[in-house]
Write a protein of this length. Structure first.
Length: 146
């Protein structure tokens, strides 16, 4: 179980990191809405790295859009712009040491806090059906707790 959790979290980290190098936005022209995510972060230092996924990319490949935010006054805010209506999920983690990857204990447990849309916190990797949310014609504001 620890090996599976470690493997999934490492894949998630590498996918988010790849999105940081080559950000992509799932859009059609200038159409679309914004998704603003506020993340309360206990403690200071580091950044929050977030990725926006659809069902085909969730925990499988690079996110459609990757964002990074500094932590100011105990919270981080990222905005995904020009998102077309559809079904999405967001994953994020607190990169405390600035190495752009999620760090793990020797037993496979994450050292850094992470979160998923709909604030799903379960043992094992997040599941698409629990993390997904709908984007319509209006911008959204979400809060994801780590």
């Amino acid at each position: 179980m620890k090996t599976i959790l470690l493997t999934i979290m490492m894949i998630l980290t590498s996918i988010i990191l790849k999105a940081q190098d080559q950000p992509k936005t799932y859009t059609t022209g200038d159409e679309g809405v914004s998704i603003t995510v506020t993340v309360p972060v206990p403690g200071e230092g580091g950044t929050v790295i977030a990725g926006l996924y659809n069902e085909e990319t969730f925990l499988k490949s690079a996110p459609l859009n990757g964002q990074e935010s500094d932590i100011v006054d105990g919270k981080a805010t990222v905005t995904f712009k020009n998102v077309t209506p559809g079904t999405y999920a967001i994953t994020l983690f607190h990169d405390k040491n600035g190495n752009k990857q999620m760090d793990f204990e020797p037993n496979g447990m994450p050292k850094e806090m992470y979160g998923v849309s709909n604030n799903v916190m379960s043992m094992g990797p997040p599941q698409w059906n629990n993390a997904k949310f709908e984007v319509g014609q209006e911008s959204l504001s979400l809060e994801i707790v780590m």
